[in-house]
Design a protein around this ligand. Structure first.
Ligand SMILES: [Zn+2]
Length: 841
C-alpha cells in the first residue's frame, strides 16, 4: 500500500496532466514530441511568488523548444488576491488558483510545484514577507523542490537585488531561490530533507529580466547585455501548428479568476535572462552549455539512447505502434539503471509513450461521483488495445488490496469491459486539499504529511493498477478512479472520484453581527453524504452567548440532500465576539466540517472540507440616518454588512442616479474602485455633489490612482497616490481627537483599531484641498506618516468623505471597530436628528 501511494506521488509529480481530466487522446505528432523530450535529459526550474507571476512564454519555450523538463515553483497559491469569477476568497481562492496553474501547465508543457507559504496579502518589502512566512521553512521547501526536481538551470522571475521596488513576495521569492541554489547541493544544509531526496547542485542561476526592471524600454535597449542570454520566444512549432507565444497566451489565459483572459500573440519576440551564478557560459546560444543533456549523462544510458534515437530519427507518423518493440527494449534497459532519479523519471515517460503508441485506453470509472467510508463502490473497467501488438491484461490490482486475475488478451480494437467493486475502508482519508487539513498561521500552511510538501494537489488513493504484458514485458499502468457522465447540453464530462464524510454542516452566514442584544435566528444546512442519514445537531458557542434549542434531530433520505435547521442565537448584553460551530452526531461519530464544492469549466471539480464555523459579533454601536444608496464598484460585501447592522441599503446603477432618486437617501456610499471600473459614473458626479450640498453624506471608498475614469472624484481637489499601510496592526494616531468622526455617535478609541485584518488601507490621497480635514495618521515601519486614510470635507449642508481604509476587508471579517467608525461616517452632520440610542430598540 505504502509503495502504491509513493508511486502515485511520483506519477503526480510527473504527469499532473492526466489528473482527473478527460483522458487525452494524443496524435502521432504529440507522441513524437514526447519521444523528443524523452531523449533530452535536462531540466529547468522557474521560480516566482504567485499564480500569474510565471512567464509562460519562457516556460513554454523551455518545455517545447529546448525539450527540457520544466517546472514552475510558485512560492504561494495566491490566496490573498481577488476573485473575478465567483465568491471564493482566501484559501478557496488558493484552491482555484492552484488548479488554474495546473491548467496553464497542461497547455505550456510544464509541471507545477509549490511551497507551504501562504499569500497573506500585499507586502512592501521582502524583510516583512520573510518574517511572516517563516523564512527557514519556506527556504527548506525551496531546497526540497530543487533536490527532488534536480534542475540544471534555475530562472528567477524577480530580481533579488532590488527590495522595495515590487511586492515583497516577489523579491522574497528571488532571494530564497538565490540562497537555496547553494544550499541544495550542500548535504550539511537541511539534513532532515535527505530522507526525501539527495543533495543536488544546479548548474546555473538566471534572472528573467526585461524592460520593466529598467524603468523604460529605451534604458533596457541601452543596457549592457554581455551577461545575458536571449531567446526568440515567438518561434513556430509546425508539429503543433502554433507559435510558442500563442501557446503561452493560451496558458496564461487560464488565470481566469484574475481576469487574465487575453488575446494571443504571434511573431518573433525576444526574451532575456541574466546570468547570476553557477558555471560560466562560453556559448551564448545555449542555456545548457557544458551540460550533457543526452542519455550519456547517466551510467548505462548510452545504449538506451542508441535505441531511442533510432525511434526518433525513423519515427513512423502513420503507425507509431511499430516502435513498441524498440520502446520495450529501452524500457528493459532502463530498469537496470542505478540512478534512481532518472530511472523513475524516464520510466514514467516511457510507459506513457508505450501506452500512447499502442492506442491503449485504460479507464476505471465509478458509478457515483462520491462515496463515504466503509462502502463498496461499483467500478466500470474499460481496457482497449488499438494496435496489432500483443497485449495481455494479466490482472487488476486495486489500492484497496483486491486483485482480480484476468489473463485476457486485448485484441486489436476489441474493448474489454467489466465491473468490479472497490471498498472504501474506514481508514481512507476524505478528499480535500492536503494543505488545508490543519489550521495554518498567517504566513504558512500546516502540512502534516511531509511527503506531500511541494505537491500541487493531494495524491488520490483510489487507484486501479492495470498489470499488462506487452509483447511479454510486464508493465503496470495506474489510473485514478474517475466519474464519467454526460449532460445533454454539455456532452461527456469527467470529474474526480471523491471520498466525503457522511454528514457535513454549514452555517449560511459566515459573520453574524448583532447590533443590539436581541436574539437572532441562524440557518444551518446539513448535507448527507449517503442515503438514510439519521442523527442530531448541536451548536457550540462562546460562554457568554446562548443557543437554543440545545439539539435538533436530522433525518435525510437521500445522498446529496440537505436539511436546514434554525437555531436561535442569544447575544450577551455587552460587546463580545467569538465563534459558533455546528456538530453533527451520527451514531457514535461527530462531524464538524463544511463541504465546499468548486465548480468551474476551466478546472476540474474540487471539493474542500473546512471547519464549519461562523463569527458572531455583539457590537456596541449607535447610528444616525437610515437609508443608504450604494453604488457598486469592483465588488465588495459592504452593502450586506451595512444591512447586518440595521441600515436600509439599496444598490443603484449610475443611470438611476437623479436628484429625485437621491432625495430618498441619507447617504450615498461608493463601492471600491468604482471610479476605476464603472462607466458613466463621471457624468453623475455633479448630481452626487448637489446631493451633498443639499445635506446628504457621500462616502467614497478606495480607488487606484492609475486608470481613473472620472476627472473629479471629489467636490474639492484631491490627489490619489499609491500610499498604503499594509501592517494591519500599524499604530493609528488621532490627528483631531475632538472631531465628530471620532466621537459621534460612537466614541472611537484605540480598541476600535484592534483585530483588523490584512492591512489598514490602500491608495490614500497624498495631497488635498484645505477644505478637507484629515482625521487619522498611520504608517508602516520605517516610513513617513500617511495622513490621507480618512478625509472629510463639509460641502454645502452635507459632508463628503474619502477613505482608503479597508472596510471591504474588515466588514466580512467581523471587525467591530470598522463598523463603529463607518456608522460615525454615515452619521456625521446628523447630530440634530433623533438618535436611536441602540439600533432597532
Ligand atoms: Zn505576483
Amino acid at each position: 500500500m505504502r509503495k502504491t501511494i509513493l508511486s502515485t506521488i511520483l506519477a503526480l509529480l510527473t504527469f499532473t496532466i492526466l489528473q482527473a481530466q478527460k483522458p487525452t487522446t494524443p496524435s502521432s505528432s504529440e507522441i513524437f514530441e514526447s519521444i523528443q523530450k524523452l531523449n533530452f535529459l535536462g531540466s529547468v526550474l522557474y521560480i516566482a511568488a504567485h499564480p500569474d507571476d510565471e512567464n509562460t512564454r519562457l516556460i513554454s519555450y523551455m518545455a517545447n523548444h529546448e525539450k527540457a523538463r520544466t517546472a514552475y515553483l510558485s512560492i504561494t497559491r495566491g490566496d490573498g488576491g481577488q476573485n473575478l469569477i465567483g465568491p471564493e476568497i482566501g484559501e478557496l481562492l488558493g484552491v482555484i488558483r492552484t488548479q488554474e496553474l495546473l491548467a496553464a501547465r497542461r497547455i505550456d508543457g510544464g509541471e507545477q510545484l509549490f511551497t507551504r507559504a501562504n499569500d497573506f496579502g500585499y507586502s512592501k518589502n521582502p524583510e516583512e514577507t520573510l518574517a511572516i512566512w517563516n523564512k527557514e521553512a519556506v527556504l527548506s521547501d525551496v531546497v526540497l523542490a530543487i533536490r527532488k526536481f534536480k534542475p540544471d538551470i534555475i530562472i528567477n522571475r524577480f530580481d533579488h537585488r532590488t527590495p522595495g521596488t515590487t511586492h515583497g513576495h516577489h523579491t522574497g521569492s528571488a532571494m530564497l531561490s538565490f540562497e537555496a541554489f547553494d544550499l541544495a547541493g550542500d548535504k550539511s544544509a537541511f539534513p532532515s530533507l535527505l530522507k526525501q531526496a539527495d543533495p543536488w547542485q544546479p548548474k546555473r542561476l538566471f534572472f528573467n529580466t526585461n524592460s520593466w526592471f529598467y524603468r523604460s524600454q529605451e534604458d533596457f535597449d541601452k543596457a549592457d547585455k554581455s551577461n545575458m542570454l536571449s531567446f526568440d520566444i515567438g518561434t513556430y512549432y509546425p508539429l503543433k501548428g502554433m507559435s510558442n507565444n500563442e501557446i503561452a497566451s493560451l496558458a496564461s489565459s487560464q488565470h481566469l479568476c484574475q481576469g487574465f483572459g487575453r488575446l494571443s500573440q504571434r511573431g518573433s519576440q525576444k526574451e532575456y535572462i541574466e546570468f547570476l551564478k553557477g558555471d560560466a557560459i562560453t556559448n551564448k546560444e545555449a542555456i545548457f552549455d557544458g551540460i550533457d543533456t543526452s542519455w550519456n549523462r547517466i551510467k548505462g544510458g548510452t545504449a538506451i539512447g542508441t535505441v531511442l534515437h533510432a525511434v526518433e530519427n525513423n519515427f513512423n507518423f502513420k503507425d507509431p505502434s511499430v516502435h513498441i518493440p524498440q520502446l520495450l527494449e529501452a524500457y528493459k534497459l532502463l530498469q537496470s539503471i542505478q540512478d534512481e532519479h532518472w530511472k523513475t523519471q524516464k520510466t514514467e515517460e516511457l510507459k506513457s509513450i508505450i501506452e500512447m503508441c499502442a492506442g491503449l485506453y485504460l479507464e476505471a470509472s465509478a458509478e457515483t461521483p462520491t462515496s463515504t467510508l466503509n462502502q463498496n463502490v461499483k467500478i466500470n473497467i474499460e481496457a482497449l488495445n488499438r494496435s496489432s501488438q500483443n497485449i495481455v491484461l494479466e490482472s487488476i490490482v486495486q489500492n484497496d488490496g483486491k486483485t482480480i486475475s484476468k489473463n485476457l488478451e486485448l485484441k486489436n480494437n476489441d474493448p474489454e469491459k467489466f465491473e468490479t467493486e472497490y471498498y472504501i475502508s474506514t481508514e481512507e482519508k476524505y478528499t480535500s486539499p492536503y494543505w488545508l487539513n490543519k489550521k495554518g498561521s498567517l504566513g504558512m500552511y500546516e502540512v502534516e504529511n511531509k511527503a506531500f510538501i511541494g505537491l500541487p494537489e493531494t495524491p488520490r488513493n483510489v487507484v486501479v493498477n492495470f498489470n499488462l504484458k506487452i509483447n511479454n514485458t510486464p508493465i503496470t499502468i495506474s489510473k485514478d478512479v474517475v466519474y464519467r457522465y454526460s449532460k445533454p447540453d454539455k456532452g461527456e464530462l469527467y470529474r474526480p472520484f471523491e471520498i466525503i464524510p457522511e454528514a457535513s454542516a454549514k452555517i449560511v452566514e459566515h459573520v453574524i453581527i448583532f447590533s443590539n442584544d436581541k436574539e437572532r435566528d441562524v440557518t444551518i444546512a446539513v448535507k448527507a453524504g449517503r442515503d438514510n442519514l439519521e442523527g442530531f445537531v448541536e451548536v457550540c458557542h462562546p460562554k457568554d452567548w446562548n443557543v437554543y434549542p440545545e439539539k435538533q434531530k436530522i433525518s435525510i433520505a437521500h445522498k446529496g440532500e440537505e436539511q436546514t435547521l434554525t437555531f436561535t442565537i442569544i447575544p450577551p448584553k455587552n460587546q463580545s465576539e467569538g465563534y459558533i460551530s455546528p456538530i453533527v452526531h451520527v451514531n457514535d461519530k461527530d462531524y464538524t466540517k463544511e463541504l465546499i464544492e468548486i465548480n468551474y469549466e476551466h478546472i476540474p471539480f474540487q471539493t474542500v472540507l473546512l471547519p464549519s464555523e461562523s463569527k458572531v459579533v455583539r457590537l456596541d454601536i449607535k447610528k444616525s440616518g437610515e437609508n443608504i444608496a450604494y453604488i457598486a464598484g469592483a465588488g465588495d460585501v459592504v452593502p450586506e454588512s451595512l444591512q447586518q447592522i440595521g441600515y436600509n441599503v439599496l444598490t443603484i446603477k449610475p443611470e438611476e442616479i437623479s436628484t429625485e432618486t437621491l432625495s430618498r437617501f441619507d447617504a450615498v456610499v461608493v463601492g471600491i474602485r468604482a471610479y476605476n471600473t464603472v462607466e458613466n459614473l463621471d457624468f453623475k458626479q455633479q448630481l452626487l455633489f448637489d446631493f451633498v450640498a443639499d445635506g446628504g453624506n457621500m462616502i467614497v471608498q478606495y480607488n487606484t490612482s492609475r486608470g481613473l475614469k472620472a476627472d473629479n472624484i471629489a467636490p474639492y481637489a484631491l490627489k490619489l497616490s499609491s500610499d498604503r499601510v499594509t501592517d494591519e496592526n500599524a499604530e493609528v494616531r488621532f490627528l483631531n481627537p475632538n472631531h465628530p468622526l471620532l466621537n459621534y455617535p460612537n466614541k472611537i478609541t484605540q480598541k476600535d483599531f484592534e483585530g483588523w485584518t490584512q492591512e489598514r488601507g490602500l491608495y490614500f490621497p497624498n495631497s488635498w484641498h484645505d477644505k478637507f480635514t484629515p482625521v487619522l495618521s498611520m504608517n508602516d515601519k520605517n516610513e513617513t506618516s500617511k495622513d490621507g486614510s480618512l478625509l472629510v470635507a463639509k460641502y454645502g449642508k452635507g459632508y463628503y468623505i474619502y477613505t482608503g481604509l479597508s472596510f471591504f476587508r474588515e466588514f466580512p471579517a467581523g471587525v467591530s471597530g470598522a463598523y463603529r467608525l463607518f456608522a460615525n461616517m454615515l452619521s456625521i452632520g446628523k447630530e440634530d436628528l433623533k438618535l436611536e440610542s441602540k439600533l432597532n430598540n
